[in-house]
Design a binder for this molecule. Sequence first.
Ligand SMILES: CC(C)(COP(=O)(O)OP(=O)(O)OC[C@H]1O[C@@H](n2cnc3c(N)ncnc32)[C@H](O)[C@@H]1OP(=O)(O)O)[C@@H](O)C(=O)NCCC(=O)NCCS
Length: 205
Amino acid sequence: MGTMDKTYNIRFLKKKDFESIIELGDKIFGDNYLTQDDLKSVLKKSVKDGKNCSFTLTLNEGDGLERLIGFRLTYAPGTWIDSYDPNLELNPDLWGFDPEKVAYMKSNCLDVEFRRNGFGRMLLDRSVAETRRMGAEAAVAHIWMNSPENGAYNYFLKAGGKMIKTYPSYWRAYHLEDKPCIHCGFPCECPAAEMIIDYSNHKEL
Ligand SMILES: CC(C)(COP(=O)(O)OP(=O)(O)OC[C@H]1O[C@@H](n2cnc3c(N)ncnc32)[C@H](O)[C@@H]1OP(=O)(O)O)[C@@H](O)C(=O)NCCC(=O)NCCS
């Protein structure tokens, strides 16, 4: 019997990944966190100039099958700001960049047992590299301040994220009764931090 090597692969987001992303999103963020329609829209905003800035992380345990264990969903610069959910706050005046040249880091998620191995940072770096090639000068995110062990804030800070503004109950209009927050249920009271990474200071690891 040969050795069954484990391999991890970062792949461009594709439609065939939607079911697995929905399943992992429900587990980590709460039921109905992302729908097929949400992901269709995410994929559209991920693609620009023939490039794609959203990724999946898969694990092949040696049997040739690839199991999705993480994802990094990112909007390309110039694709998202005009259609940003009007129920959610956004403060482009505080960014110090032309909003058309700013990418949006929508969601990053690793299944629990794969955290703290550098995968979150690796996926972020791939999105930074792709959106840089699309003309982005910075990326904005709304960081979940109730994430387990405050991992989200720490990882974004470590990647060079600077605080723009904090909002109480940021996702109150997003997490409705049929889409409860994994931390608070309904209504969601989780605060968010609007943070920005200036690409002129960002170093890929
Ligand atoms: C946030 C998340 C994506 C980070 O991914 P990850 O693969 O665990 O992060 P990395 O291993 O790349 O960590 C990079 C750095 O971030 C910081 N960090 C990450 N998780 C941390 C934690 N739980 N506590 C303290 N620092 C943490 C560390 O500085 C770490 O570097 P180090 O390990 O060399 O010290 C992951 O924890 C996750 O999926 N959390 C749940 C979902 C979530 O909160 N998503 C973000 C929503 S805004």
